[in-house]
Design a protein around this ligand. Structure first.
Ligand SMILES: C=C(O[C@@H]1C=C(C(=O)O)C=C[C@H]1O)C(=O)O
Length: 106
């Protein structure tokens, strides 16, 4: 850990409080993330209906590339590891395609 970045605590109880508060915030953020993932995934119904009508495949390499490039820039602007963020994005692509396949089967 970079020493310049660590908070200097007066005692253990202060550190414990910050740990607890930060975990509460993480719990809220996780709930929001799940909500956003669900909304993103729900769009797969409209997307697969339109694709079926215009007769194009579920997988669209160019669109995924376009999103990956955009995400790389956003991750770098926020100083978070682009490779790990891209792994998360790729999982979201898989989730969306999986859901599209499921809608097609229905
Ligand atoms: C959602 C789509 O279908 C697939 C899933 C994508 C995604 O999750 O963003 C992007 C491209 C496609 O491979 C789409 O074509 O927009």
């Amino acid at each position: 850990m970079n020493k310049d970045n660590i908070t200097i605590f007066k005692n253990k109880s202060e550190a414990q409080s910050l740990l607890n508060e930060s975990r509460l915030e993480i719990d809220k953020i996780d709930e929001n993330l799940i909500e956003l993932f669900a909304r993103r995934t729900a769009l797969s119904k409209n997307i697969v209906s339109a694709k079926k009508y215009i007769n194009v495949p579920i997988y669209d390499k160019n669109r995924e590339k376009e999103i990956q490039n955009k995400i790389k820039n956003l991750a770098n602007d926020k100083n978070i590891d682009e490779n790990i963020i891209l792994k998360i994005m790729n999982l979201l692509f898989d989730l969306n395609k999986f859901q599209q396949e499921k809608f097609l089967e229905e």
